[in-house]
Design a protein around this ligand. Structure first.
Ligand code: KG4
Ligand code: ZN
Length: 337
């Protein structure tokens, strides 16, 4: 029985996981960052500090499990905002000391990587995973729970960052990804042609900063006194089409190259309806199974941390007595390619 805590960015979350079954998964999102146009790290860590204890109690209450029955803790310690990670890890360390529990430090990206298994435990290795969020856009080849490699990643902005920055140019609130998604449903995705960066390059990398610049020029040239309301849906749909097509085509190309039978998409941007749709259609055409986690497991959440934390703990139950581990805000960038 695992109690997991996640606080790497702007969601405070706690979950109880038992034998890969999620008994509770409480997520509290810090919506107040929207008035600053982005996550303010100092305010994020203060807000985690205010809510982490209540959220953890709520997760235990909802699961019906007493903390005395918990066998181990799992906590995100990398990558993420350092101050935010420190709040979650130190809270977990406090619980570990008080209740004499082992504690498994978990890589947040690994949490996203295996989040597809939470709802589909028939998913077969090896598979390709597209982890796509506000901070990351990475294609992994996953051979087992502890054997995976990066086969491609963004060279500049993450896809979520591109959604958010372009939404800002369009005058939409932060985070802009869900707003573009909503507008795109009403628009024509082929109305405007935006560049699809690196679509035809012979690699699995991405680049989104050029797209952002091209949308900026487009808006400046055509709508310098403001974008008319009736143009917004077509603009959103066309932008989304450019991002989603590159993500989909390159992930499927990687899946074919490594001869995998399944693709999982994960991370905040995997909630995008256009990405889910196009990936589904193109996977069907290619005879590849596609798994998109439930929305609750797309956003940052502690269930995915508990899920992988439990597997790590079961593999080496004596390895997690040490409380000396620290946080690392850039763990992914340091990952070997
Ligand atoms: O994984 P996540 O919750 O946090 C990070 O680790 O970054 O992802 C947040 C990102 C934001 O950039 C947000 O705009 C984007 O995910 N996002 C979406 C959608 N929902 C969230 N982007 C496009 N369409 C969506 N429906
Ligand atoms: Zn995330």
């Amino acid at each position: 029985m695992i109690l997991a805590i996640e606080s790497s960015c702007d969601e405070t979350s706690a979950a109880v996981v038992d034998n890969s079954v999620v008994l509770s998964n409480i997520i509290s999102s810090q919506y107040f960052h929207s008035k600053f146009g982005g996550v303010v790290p100092e305010l994020a860590s203060r807000a985690h500090l205010v809510s982490v204890s209540d959220i953890t109690h709520e997760a235990l209450d909802k699961s019906g499990i007493d903390i005395g029955s918990i066998n181990a803790l799992a906590v995100t310690n990398r990558p993420g905002l350092a101050g935010s990670l420190i709040v979650g890890t130190n809270f977990a360390k406090g619980l570990a000391l008080k209740y004499k529990l082992p504690i498994v430090p978990v890589n947040h990206i690994e949490g996203h990587l295996f989040s597809g298994f939470i709802q589909d435990n028939n998913l077969e290795f090896p598979f390709t995973a597209l982890v796509v969020s506000g901070g990351h856009t990475v294609i992994f080849l996953v051979r087992s729970y502890d054997d995976y490699e990066i086969v491609g990643m963004t060279r500049d902005d993450a896809a979520g960052e591109a959604f958010d920055k372009i939404a800002k140019l369009m005058g939409l609130p932060y985070p802009g990804g869900p707003h573009i998604d909503k507008l795109a449903k009403l628009g024509n995705a082929h109305k405007y042609e935006f560049p699809k960066p690196m679509l035809h390059d012979d690699n699995y990398d991405f680049s989104f900063s050029g797209l952002k610049t091209s949308v900026r020029y487009f808006i400046h040239k055509n709508f310098h006194s403001g974008i008319p309301e009736d143009v917004m849906p077509d603009l959103a749909a066309s932008v989304q089409q450019a991002i989603v097509e590159v993500l989909t085509v390159k992930t499927i190309r990687a899946a074919k190259k490594y001869s995998v039978k399944s693709i999982i998409i994960a991370g905040g941007v995997s909630a995008n309806s256009g990405l889910r749709h196009m990936m589904n259609v193109k996977c069907n055409q290619a005879g590849i199974k596609m798994v998109a986690p439930d929305m609750m497991y797309c956003v940052d959440n502690a269930a995915m941390i508990g899920f992988i934390g439990e597997l790590k703990f079961n593999a080496q139950p004596d390895a997690y007595q040490d409380l000396k581990f620290t946080v690392n805000s850039n763990a992914l960038r340091a990952a070997k390619r």
